[in-house]
Write a protein that binds this ligand. Structure first.
Ligand code: HEM
Length: 499
C-alpha cells in the first residue's frame, strides 16, 4: 500500500510539474524579431548576403540581444551578445550543442565532418582525438612545422610581394597538411593541393544562405538527377568527389609513411601507431583529419589577410609593434613563440584581428535539442542558433569605435594585456568551441610577428602616385575574408638575403 501511495504521489507531482512547465512555457514569449507572415514566416525578411550585418541591425531595431525569426516553420535564434552566448551555449550546453541537419552536406559526403555531427557518441570520439592533438603541449610539439612553414611564407612574400594573398592561402593549407599528414607540397601548383582548395571553395558555396533550396526543403535530396531543377545533385556529386579525395589521398599517404624523413611522426601516423581509437575506428581518424583541414584553411587565411589590411591602413600600429620587437628581441633574430609573453602589443594585435574581422561572423549553427526557457523567453526544441560574433564585436559599450583597428583596447595603461580578453569570441562558445584555436593562434601569431619585423607595408600607389585605398568590404563565403586589395610590401634592408 505504502509503495502504491508513494508511486501515486510521485505521479501526481510529476503531472503537476509537467503541467506547470508546459503552461508556463506556453505563456512565455519568443524573443522579439520581425513579424512573420503565415506559412512562409520571415523568409522575405531574411537577408540573402552578409546576413551578420542585417542580424546586427535587427538587434538595434528590436533593442534586444536575442532575435527570433522563422523560415518556413524553422525557428532561428540570433544571439547578438557574448553574455547570452555564454548563457545559452555554455550554461545550457546540454540542450544547445547539437547541429542542424543540412541535406546538401549529405549529398556532398560531409555528414561525418566533425562540425556537422550531431551531439552524441561519434562527435565525442572526434573531439577526443582533436583534443589530444590540439591541446597546449601537443600544439607546442608542432612548433617546428609552424616555424618552417612561416619562413617559407616570408621567403615567398620577399620574392613576390604582390602575390601575398596567394601565399597566405598556401601557408594556411600547408600547415594543416604538414602537421596531420606530413604532406609536402611539390610546388605552389601542387595538383592535390589545388583540388583540396577547390573542395573547400565548394563547401563555402554550399553554406551560403539560400544557396540551395534543398537545405530548406530536405525532401529534394531524393529528387533524381535527371529531374528538371535538380542540377544541385550533379553539383553536389562533383563536390563530393573533390571532398572524398581531399580526405582520403593524404590519409592513405600518411598511413603508408607514418614517420617523416626527419624521424618525426605525422599526427595521423601517431594516432594509428598509438591506437588512440580502436582499429575499426580508422574512418573516424580519416574524418577528423579531413575536418581539421577544411576548418583550418580559410579561417587562418582570413586572419592573415586581415593582418596585412590592418598594417596597410594603420601605420601607427605597425610602428608601435616594430618598436616593441626591437626593444624586446633586437635585430639579430626573428621573434618566435617563446617571445610571445614578452610582446603584449603583438598579442593585442592578434586579439584585434579576430575582433575586427571575425573570420566566421555567424559561427557554425547550433540546434536546440529540447524546449528551453531563457531569460523569460521560450526557445522551442529544433530552433537553430546563430551566434553573431559580428554584433558582439560591434557593441560600442564593450568596444568603443568598433570599426577602428585599435589593439590598445586590449591593453592596460601600463602596456600589459587586460585580463579576460584572451578568449576571442571568434572561436565560438560552449562544447562546440573551435578545437583548433590554440594551433590557429600560434599559426597567426608567428607570421604576424615576423612579417612586421621583416617588411614595411604601406598603401599601394596608382599610376599618378596617389594612394590606393583598400576596400573595407568582406567576401561573403563560408569563412569571410577582406576583399582582395593591393599594398606595397617592401623587404627591410637587414633581411635582403631572404629575397
Ligand atoms: C582563425 C582561425 C579559426 C577560427 C576563427 C575558427 C572558428 C571556429 C568557429 C567559430 C567554430 C564553431 C564554434 C561553434 O560551433 O560554436 C569552429 C569549429 C571548428 N573548428 Fe575552428 N576556427 C579556426 C581555426 C581552426 C583550425 C586551425 C582547426 C583545426 C586544425 C579548426 C578546427 C575546427 C573544428 C574541427 C570545428 C568543429 C567543432 C565541432 O563542431 O565540435 N579550426 N571554429
Amino acid at each position: 500500500m505504502s509503495s502504491f501511495l508513494s508511486w501515486a504521489l510521485g505521479l501526481g507531482f510529476f503531472l503537476l510539474y509537467a503541467f506547470r512547465r508546459f503552461a508556463f512555457r506556453r505563456r512565455l514569449p519568443l524573443p522579439p524579431g520581425p513579424k512573420p507572415l503565415p506559412v512562409i514566416g520571415n523568409v522575405l525578411d531574411l537577408p540573402t548576403s552578409r546576413d551578420w550585418l542585417t542580424f546586427t541591425e535587427w538587434g538595434r531595431k528590436y533593442n534586444s540581444p536575442l532575435i527570433y525569426a522563422d523560415a518556413l516553420g524553422q525557428g532561428i535564434l540570433i544571439v547578438n551578445s557574448p553574455d547570452d552566448a555564454v548563457g545559452l551555449l555554455e550554461e545550457r550546453a546540454q540542450s544547445t550543442s547539437d547541429r542542424p541537419y543540412f541535406p546538401l552536406f549529405f549529398l556532398m559526403g560531409l555528414e561525418t565532418n566533425t562540425a556537422n555531427l550531431s551531439y552524441g557518441t561519434l562527435w565525442r570520439k572526434h573531439r577526443k582525438v582533436l583534443h589530444q592533438s590540439m591541446k597546449k603541449d601537443a600544439v607546442e610539439r608542432h612548433q617546428p612545422i609552424l616555424v618552417n612553414q612561416a619562413s617559407q611564407l616570408l621567403r615567398n612574400i620577399a620574392k613576390d610581394p604582390s602575390s601575398f594573398m596567394r601565399y597566405c592561402k598556401i601557408y594556411s593549407g600547408s600547415l594543416v597538411l604538414d602537421i596531420y599528414y606530413g604532406y609536402d607540397r611539390s610546388s605552389d601548383k601542387d595538383p592535390f593541393f589545388l583540388r583540396a582548395e577547390d573542395a573547400v571553395v565548394q563547401i563555402s558555396r554550399a553554406i551560403l544562405p539560400g544557396a540551395f533550396a534543398v537545405n530548406a526543403f530536405p525532401l529534394l535530396r531524393y529528387v533524381p538527377r535527371w529531374f528538371p531543377g535538380a542540377g544541385f545533385q550533379d553539383w553536389a556529386a562533383n563536390a563530393k568527389r573533390l571532398i572524398v579525395e581531399a580526405r582520403n589521398f593524404p590519409f592513405d599517404l600518411a598511413k603508408a609513411n607514418p614517420t617523416k624523413d626527419d624521424g618525426t611522426s605525422t599526427l595521423v601516423g601517431q594516432w594509428l601507431q598509438e591506437r588512440v581509437l580502436e582499429p575499426e575506428d580508422e574512418p573516424v581518424l580519416r574524418d577528423v583529419a579531413g575536418s581539421a583541414f577544411i576548418a583550418g584553411i580559410d579561417t587562418t587565411y582570413s586572419s592573415l589577410v586581415t593582418l596585412f589590411l590592418a598594417l596597410t591602413l594603420y601605420p601607427d600600429v605597425q610602428r608601435k609593434a616594430r618598436e616593441e620587437i626591437l626593444r624586446v628581441v633586437g635585430t639579430n633574430r626573428l621573434p618566435n613563440l617563446q617571445d610571445r609573453p614578452s610582446l603584449p602589443y603583438l598579442d593585442a594585435i592578434f586579439r584585434e584581428i579576430l575582433r575586427w574581422r571575425p573570420p566566421v561572423p555567424l559561427g557554425i549553427p547550433h540546434k536546440v535539442s529540447r524546449d528551453e526557457v531563457y531569460n523569460g523567453h521560450f526557445i522551442p526544441a529544433g530552433t537553430i542558433i546563430l551566434t553573431n560574433y559580428w554584433a558582439m564585436t560591434r557593441d560600442e559599450s564593450l568596444h568603443p569605435d568598433p570599426e577602428e583597428f585599435r589593439p590598445e583596447r586590449f591593453l592596460n595603461s601600463d602596456g600589459t594585456l587586460k585580463p579576460g580578453t584572451d578568449r576571442p569570441y571568434a572561436f565560438g562558445f560552449g562544447r562546440r568551441v573551435c578545437p583548433g584555436r590554440l594551433l590557429a593562434a600560434d599559426s597567426i601569431w608567428i607570421p604576424l610577428a615576423q612579417v612586421i619585423t621583416m617588411f614595411n607595408i604601406t598603401k599601394a600607389k596608382d599610376e599618378y602616385g596617389n594612394d590606393i585605398q583598400p576596400s573595407l568590404e568582406l567576401t561573403d563565403e563560408g569563412a569571410t575574408c577582406p576583399d582582395p586589395f593591393q599594398c606595397n610590401i617592401v623587404l627591410r634592408r637587414e633581411y635582403d638575403d631572404w629575397r
